[in-house]
Write a new protein. Structure first.
Length: 210
């Protein structure tokens, strides 16, 4: 076997280590989460809406309004494609929290900040307090194993228009680990409501074809 010069090997290792981790952006036709559609999954509420230079979040009523609108869009998109009949959706998670306030974590106030980092990718581990929050969440529902968390919605300017982007993480609370992390990018649009609505289709595309 040919020997690799030491200097070359060191450079190769350093280059590999310095590469930024890549967050997956599914290509058209890819269904990275198809295998989870029939499993027991909790769809958490949208956690964060980032302030944007377009002013679109403000146009839609502010961050909280955008987050709740996003929740409705995602749930509607799943329903249209008959996905997640066994899932626990945001409204049910909130009801469970209201019945167990002394024990459960508020689904609207999860500690998701570490999940926003570009370094947080599939197989990444997350720590407290999120690990306890999610373990408690799934403990309130029989046979619930995974949490699908819409981490952040943002709008970005594109060629005089804009588009919406949703960062999503599929988490396994038993091991405090991410199974999948990706960013869903809508098409460009001239109005924020239309841009946001496109995220529903991108979200459902993770599981099944239209």
């Amino acid at each position: 076997m040919p020997r690799i010069p030491l200097a070359f090997g060191v450079v190769a290792v350093l280059a590999a280590c310095s590469r930024a981790p890549q967050v997956e952006s599914p290509a058209p036709g890819e269904r990275p989460l198809a295998g989870y559609s029939a499993q027991r999954v909790a769809l958490a509420p949208t956690a964060i809406v980032r302030t944007d230079s377009l002013g679109w979040a403000s146009t839609l009523g502010g961050p909280q309004s955008v987050a709740r609108r996003t929740d409705s869009i995602l749930v509607a998109a799943l329903s249209e494609r008959a996905i997640g009949s066994q899932w626990v959706l945001p409204a049910e998670l909130v009801r469970s929290y209201e019945r167990n306030r002394s024990y459960a974590a508020d689904p609207y106030h999860l500690a998701v900040e570490p999940l926003r980092s570009t370094a947080f990718v599939a197989q990444s581990r997350y720590a407290e307090p999120l690990s306890t929050q999610l373990r408690t969440m799934i403990a309130l529902h029989d046979d619930l194993r995974y949490v699908l968390l819409p981490v952040e919605v943002r709008f970005e300017r594109v060629d005089g228009s804009g588009r919406a982007i949703l960062r999503v993480a599929l988490l396994d609370p038993r091991f405090a680990e991410a199974r999948w992390v990706g960013e869903l990018k809508g098409d460009t649009a001239s109005v924020p409501a239309r841009a946001l609505a496109q995220l529903g289709q991108r979200f459902a595309d993770l599981f099944t074809a239209p």
